[in-house]
Design a protein around this ligand. Sequence first.
Ligand SMILES: Cc1cc2nc3c(=O)[nH]c(=O)nc-3n(C[C@H](O)[C@H](O)[C@H](O)COP(=O)(O)O)c2cc1C
Length: 206
Amino acid sequence: MSTTTPYVLILFYSRQGATRAMAEAMAAGVESESGIAARLRTVPPVSATCEAVDPDIPAEGAVYASLDDLRHCTGLAIGSPTRFGNMAAPLKYFLDGSSELWMNGALIDKPASAFTSTASLHGGQETTLMTMLVPLLHHGMVLSGLPYSETELFTTTTGGTPYGASHLAGQRSNRSLDEQERSLCMAQGKRLARLALALAPMREST
Ligand SMILES: Cc1cc2nc3c(=O)[nH]c(=O)nc-3n(C[C@H](O)[C@H](O)[C@H](O)COP(=O)(O)O)c2cc1C
């Protein structure tokens, strides 16, 4: 892929790996569409001591996101573990630092969606997904979820919602993505890629 290839930024935080597995399935969905790439980026934990103790690059996994990753994306998927029915602080902290992009309207008319992982089935997947989308509305993004043409939404007994992909990781966080959860992550990534490619010419003509 060249440096000018449009990309969907998959911006996530994961401590135990469940949200990371979802992000990777989402990326596979994005890359099943030609002409667009997936860019996986994470955010550092918020340190109660001092931010300076964090290394510049994580020891493993995706690279840390920069504001430029967000500024230049063609579409955005944000993923977080559910924390008390809401997104995790590190991701919120990153978004709270995006005022400059808001002031410049850098994300207006770009498509966005959210995904989350929880320990328990009714532990707040929907509230997390809906509240993760709120700051993106402030940025003027075009929100997308999962339509019921994805038939796994009717049959799943674990994760998967019309508000975005979700995963039931279990109390010990040791439950892997099942086939339906993985398929819905991929469908969401693919849909986001298609929306990103469709909306890009509209933005360029205004
Ligand atoms: C501080 C904290 C709060 C949490 N709150 C919830 C919650 O409200 N509902 C839930 O089902 N799981 C909750 N969990 C569990 C995580 O959402 C779950 O383990 C998730 O799958 C972790 O994702 P990760 O592997 O990407 O870090 C919480 C975990 C922590 C550490």
